[in-house]
Design a binder for this molecule. Structure first.
Ligand code: SF4
Length: 130
């Protein structure tokens, strides 16, 4: 597995109160298009989720490229060997069954689009329990 891979851009998006998005809650950069931040005030969730930005992040991670939005994790790993990526990004998010390797394979096969899929029975249970 690539040292830059993280499962979060394959199954997670952080949306700010103003509608802008980041690949996760600790990432620096906003998801952008033509140099401007994308926002749910203007774009659909699918347009943001499968934007060129998000697809390039997923593609780059699997090629071992450093993603500018993820520098916070690379710097943390250089300093301590640990980061949000190593704690959270290499494990499937709670309630999801896909492993990091499965997500990587699925993303590559789909041209780094990640289409909506039915929630697993365990994630439906987790959601209904909230
Ligand atoms: S590598 Fe770090 S900053 Fe990038 S998506 Fe994963 S947890 Fe977030």
């Amino acid at each position: 597995m690539s040292k830059t891979f993280c499962a979060l851009p394959f199954q997670h998006l952080c949306i700010g109160p103003e509608g802008t998005a980041r690949v996760c809650c600790v990432a620096h950069d906003l998801v952008s298009e033509h140099g401007a931040p994308m926002s749910l005030n203007i774009h659909t969730m699918d347009e943001i989720w499968n934007s060129a930005y998000m697809r390039n992040v997923r593609r780059g991670m699997l090629k071992g490229e450093r993603i500018s939005a993820c520098e916070v994790c690379y710097e943390s790993e250089a300093a301590s060997g640990q980061s949000y990526r190593t704690h959270t990004g290499l494990e499937p998010i709670s309630g999801r069954r896909q492993s990091a390797a499965t997500l990587a394979k699925y993303g590559a096969a789909a041209g780094f689009r990640v289409d909506q899929r039915r929630a697993s029975s365990s994630s439906r249970s987790a959601i209904s329990a909230i």
